[in-house]
Design a protein around this ligand. Structure first.
Ligand SMILES: NC(=O)c1ccc[n+]([C@@H]2O[C@H](COP(=O)([O-])OP(=O)(O)OC[C@H]3O[C@@H](n4cnc5c(N)ncnc54)[C@H](O)[C@@H]3O)[C@@H](O)[C@H]2O)c1
Ligand SMILES: [Zn+2]
Ligand SMILES: [Zn+2]
Length: 373
């Protein structure tokens, strides 16, 4: 029996997200029916809604969900009915990366998260139908489509968490925050003597900042255009904060790093010329990690000759190289200790105020809106 529920449905590219009745399909063997409590709002939802990455429509977005399991498919092992869950990105579970517990490398990452692919057993059948028209509505965005009162979710997206977990404040852990924190905690693993510069203080940048502060790095430099974000970062462990618009930015960074530049830089704006600043701001043997993504077709803005002669490394990283069932509980522990203060960058909106939440995020006034259902 399909379950009648409500979701924010986007009819076509750039249409608004409207709360509408849908009939949700039964979970297939590797899917989980989740009653969604809350879902963080991320720029990627907005980007795909407006055609920045091709997608199927009518569509339900939302990829930072949290809720309670109401039913599980016959092959599901991770969770059972009644469990509390946080949701993260989806993977195939079968490729060499997934079977080696490195799911962020999943060979089918794009298809599973943007391609709206449900479990193989399901074929192309969409996860929901609009009650009014009977038309298919595409779910499975990042295996979730969690802007809904209920969602049929890929088992690979589900992380079981203890009963009593704050499912509202912790909903956003599954995307940008883990992508920022994971750069340091999973990939770079710096020592205390190391210096890091974080370009961009959105969810990714703050995730990276809190990880850097937790690791007690000696020099933590943050760069953004918004002064309130710089002030908050200084209060939360940054040792230096600079405006990205400052003409003396590079000189100021060098002055803070023994004159040679930082050991590590994290690019979390997605702006090409900021990547060039990050590249210029690291020392020889330094390492720049691109988390920010300007979208398809943009080439890296530095010269191979300089790259070789300065022995620098540049790499990309998706989802902080995290294995969510391991990493998200680690971040929850940091939250409990006060070292991952998600609630200082978020504000909660009931689903009826979705447009207000989106406007606050787009204007830069708010970093992380959380929508409750
Ligand atoms: N690789 C991944 O797995 C992954 C995951 C999530 C997000 N992302 C990408 O990471 C980037 C950041 O995501 P977010 O959600 O934190 O975004 P966000 O928009 O909330 O934050 C970006 C920040 O960069 C700042 N900024 C913009 N231009 C700047 C400039 N010239 N100099 C300094 N700061 C500048 C903005 O003021 C803002 O604070 C985006 O490109 C997003 O697509 C990647
Ligand atoms: Zn895989
Ligand atoms: Zn996201």
């Amino acid at each position: 029996m399909p379950r009648r529920t409500q979701a924010l449905v986007v009819q076509h590219v750039s249409a608004p997200a409207v709360l509408a009745d849908i009939d949700l399909a039964e979970p297939r063997p590797n899917e989980v029916l989740v009653r969604i409590t809350a879902c963080g709002l991320c720029h990627t939802d907005h980007l795909v809604q407006h055609g920045g990455i091709p997608s199927a429509f009518p569509s339900i977005f939302g990829h930072e969900g949290a809720g309670e399991v109401e039913a599980v498919g016959s092959a599901v092992k991770r969770v059972q009915k009644g469990d509390s869950v946080l949701l993260s990105y989806a993977t195939c579970g079968e490729c060499p990366y997934c079977t080696a517990d490195r799911p962020a490398g999943c060979a089918r990452f794009f298809e599973k998260n943007f391609g709206r692919a449900r479990d193989a057993a399901v074929g192309d059948e969409p996860v929901a139908r609009a009650v009014e028209t009977g038309e298919p509505v595409y779910g499975s965005f990042f295996g979730q489509s969690a802007f809904a009162r209920h969602a049929v979710v890929s088992e690979s997206s589900v992380v079981k968490v203890p009963q009593g977990t704050d499912l509202v404040q912790l909903a956003p852990l599954g995307c940008g925050l883990q992508s920022g924190a994971g750069v340091l905690l999973n990939q770079l693993k710096p020592s205390r003597e190391d210096s890091v510069i974080i370009f961009g203080l959105g969810a990714v940048g703050f995730g990276a900042l809190w990880a850097a502060a937790h690791l007690q790095l000696r020099t933590i430099i943050v760069v953004d255009l918004v002064s309130t974000r710089l002030d908050l970062a200084l209060a939360q462990g940054a040792t230096h904060a600079f405006s990205g618009a400052s003409p003396t930015l590079l000189a100021d960074i060098r002055a803070a790093t023994s004159g040679i530049g930082a050991r590590f830089a994290i690019e979390a704006t997605g702006v090409e010329r900021v990547l060039k600043s990050a590249w210029d701001a690291v020392c020889n043997f330094g390492h720049v990690v691109s988390v920010g993504n300007p979208g398809p077709g943009v080439k890296a803005p530095f010269d191979i000759n300089d790259h070789v002669n300065q022995s620098k490394t540049w790499s990309g990283l998706v989802e902080g190289a995290s294995n969510p069932p391991i990493f998200i509980p680690q971040l929850m522990q940091l939250y409990e200790q006060g070292a991952f203060p998600v609630d200082t960058i978020s504000r909660v909106y009931p689903v009826e105020q979705y447009e207000e939440a989106l406007a606050a995020m787009k204007s830069g006034e708010l970093i992380k809106p959380i929508i409750t259902f």
